[in-house]
Design a protein around this ligand. Structure first.
Ligand SMILES: [Fe+2]
Length: 226
């Protein structure tokens, strides 16, 4: 059983083909557009429809899950998200800490990259933040040498600086050569991969725009059409 990464659904929830329907799921954020209760109810229904006894589903939040138009983060949306995260992965991001998941093939570390924004001109770039980076650094120092995959919503490599994760430099310093894969969404466009040393940066395009998704099975990666 692999892991299928779905980024930026923006309320357009896919039907999974039988081939893909058997895998675990990671929802990479921007699952909805404005973080409203109505949208979350629709997302909750879709999540119920893809739940299986043997399937695990993990979620990280995106800027659009956290407030109006993806820019103005509000506490109500964060609270609803935390309830959703609790249902899917028995975890809350209220403390903005990394979550380590043990897999058959190694470890997955989920990060919360949503930053509090007070103006549309903040562009919802996202930020991991120094405390979370320090904790990630400490986790990476302690984990045994199995495959490590770090998952977050925001793009740490985007050429467009209005979409680039604010602390991308510090993040790359922390993970480069220490984790095998970084998986992210947010910037839409083509699904693809950039390798830097021992680390593969796996970008997931937007499901809402018909982009391909990444399917991971240990060290094997495959781009798949939904
Ligand atoms: Fe986003």
């Amino acid at each position: 059983m692999g892991i299928l990464y779905l980024a930026d659904m923006h309320g357009k929830f896919p039907t999974l083909s039988p081939d893909l329907d058997k895998h675990n799921l990671v929802l990479l954020g921007d699952m909805v557009n404005n973080g409203t209760e109505y949208e979350y109810r629709k997302l909750g229904k879709w999540i119920e429809s893809v739940k299986r006894p043997d399937r695990r589903i993990w979620v990280v939040r995106g800027n659009h899950d956290s407030g109006q138009l993806g820019n103005l983060v509000n506490d109500r949306a964060l609270t609803i998200f935390d309830q959703l995260a609790w249902q899917t992965q028995t975890h809350t991001f209220a403390d903005k800490k990394p979550q380590v998941v043990e897999l058959d093939t190694g470890f997955m570390i989920l990060l919360d990259s949503v930053a509090r924004t007070i103006s549309p001109h903040d562009y919802a770039q996202g930020e991991i933040g120094e405390p979370q980076l320090e904790e990630l650094d400490s986790i990476l120092s302690q984990l045994p040498p199995f495959t490590k995959t770090v998952v977050l919503h925001h793009d740490p490599l985007c050429a467009d600086t209005t979409l680039l994760l604010k602390d991308a430099g510090r993040f790359i310093q922390t993970v480069q050569g220490r984790v095998d894969y970084v998986v992210y969404g947010h910037s839409h466009g083509e699904t693809g991969c950039v390798s830097a040393g021992n680390t593969g940066y796996m970008k997931c395009g937007a499901v809402a725009e018909g982009a391909q998704a990444w399917l991971q099975d240990g060290r094997d990666w495959q781009m798949v059409r939904l």
